[in-house]
Design a protein around this ligand. Sequence first.
Ligand code: ADP
Ligand code: ASP
Ligand code: MG
Length: 616
Amino acid sequence: MPPDCQNPKIGENWTVLFVSISNSLRTMPLIVQKFGGSSVADTQKILGAARKAIRAAQAGNQVVVVVSAMGKTTNQLIALANEITERPSYREMDMLMSSGEQVTIALFAIALESLGYKAVSMTAAQLGIKTDSSHTRARIKSISTERMRKALDEGKIVIAAGFQGIDDDGDITTLGRGGSDTSAVALAAALGADECEIYTDVDGVYSTDPRILPEARKVERIAYDEMLELASLGAGVMHSRSIEFAKKFRVPVQVRSSFSDTPGSLIVAEPESDDPVCGAAISKNEARFTVIGIPDQPGNAMRLFSAIAEAKIPTDMIVQNIGVEGRADLSFTVPATDQLAAFDVVNTVVKEIGAKGASSQDDVAKVSVVGLGMESQSGVAQKMFRAIADKGINIQMITTSEIKISVLVSRDDAPEALRAVHAAFELQNPPKRIHPLKSQPSTKLEGHELEISRLTGMEDIIIESIHCNREESRITIGEMPDRPGIAAEMFEKIAAAGILVDMIVQSCGREGKASISFTIPRTSLDKALAVAAALTEEWGCSLLLHDPKIAILSVRGTGLRSHTGLAYRMFKTLSDGGINVNIISTSERNIGISVDDGNGEKGLELLKKEFVGEMM
Ligand code: ADP
Ligand code: ASP
Ligand code: MG
């Protein structure tokens, strides 16, 4: 058996990925360098990148280079297909798009050879990057390192095509736009590399996209959980799934510039500071769906999300509004690129379940703040809502999780909302207290083999824990005026009363009326109700509901939101057990669902049973 990721089966299901064995046999350090599209946009840039690879080799490393398609090639290829049809088949799109990377690997190898170095280019099929068959969004199952290792041992620099994979039928797949980052970190994980360097057109990870806010600060270091969240909320500097790999396989990642030698930003386990917010992200390409008049029977919302999950469309910002006449309204967002596909699915389900109708709009954008420090510090929500309100910008939707808060605003307002929020948290300045890095990041930590050995596929979900919190109450206010400043006022007053808020969801439903729900510790219920009652009277809203005892069921793991089926499986498990879902809060590492208190323990047992195979 070769000492690498050959996936021998143990028993029936378990696959062992021999990353750590491969580490221990290797003597020379190994680094993976990834060059994005703008870093290989022309042959001069390819030669420049090749020199960086040579320097790493001269420093005594074995080097694997992962490249993207040149410049905007992938966009151009997509545009060609769209000249023929709006809906080309996904299989043929993969065949088309993957060609971009094949051009770059050959030119890169030619560049290295012209500079006197031994090199070999390899496509995903040659590399043995096996994926599932979900064309245009395939997930990596395994990587065979044998051929790469042989070439490296022959003194060659290996040039790997990013973004692509191959399925069991031998068909070419792609990993999703921006997926070369994921190829690079996955290769680094499989090879047990000492570091994965992501060379790009910025010199590191910034507190927000520096092209939108030039005042953004370059961070020295950011935690996997924070980067994963930021990436999945729109920080395009890293493909979010690459950070799932990095976190799972403990790959130290450095983001740095292709065009200079300045040190970049390190993505590792430990955060840079305790500050509640480490960064802000904007996702301009969102589409919002509102389904109105859903008959309020258990299972209806579930049918909608199951159909969307089956189409592999990621949903975010899910908010259920209080219904009228026994019917509920539901709002959620999907990436704008999935709007057409989602529309078909939603319309079919609307007819099936007898809902009143559905609409979608794509003139919206999501602005989010992220930080591990948020978990233990309060006041983040109201500060964010106030910053946005003071610009006169209306918040259309709110969802939160323990390490992020997202708001949906009109697309035109989004950059200004981002700027206001960035300034409110003073993200342009370094944190007051930067923690030194405690442990040297490494793919060779103890316990690593154990975790990896539980995976049947490299990109499989790992679930760390499932909990039930029965200490919370819920307050819901309906028929609220939908104008700027409402959320800010609400949560400032709640905070002034010394109450810590956990989950918040807000959405506007019919006739421009908003509704908001939030959870608080049971001990604060009376105080929170007094604040809410005063505000509802002031605003003239007719609906103030509360539930003194709720239970919050949480599943914690890695990459939970990007595995589109997971939240759905949670809904389905609960719905099959006759349990109604109230509030949903999602992040990449936690999905929380509030249910009636009486259903807490039962829900917990059902979820534990459902996810037993994926528990660590
Ligand atoms: P590549 O082609 O090298 O993969 P990308 O365009 O995918 O490059 O990613 C780099 C871009 O990411 C930057 O040019 C920047 O505009 C954008 N970006 C978004 N958010 C951030 C952030 N928080 N920090 C740095 N860059 C960001
Ligand atoms: N070329 C692919 C894209 O443009 C993959 C990548 O660049 O990461 O999406
Ligand atoms: Mg990229």
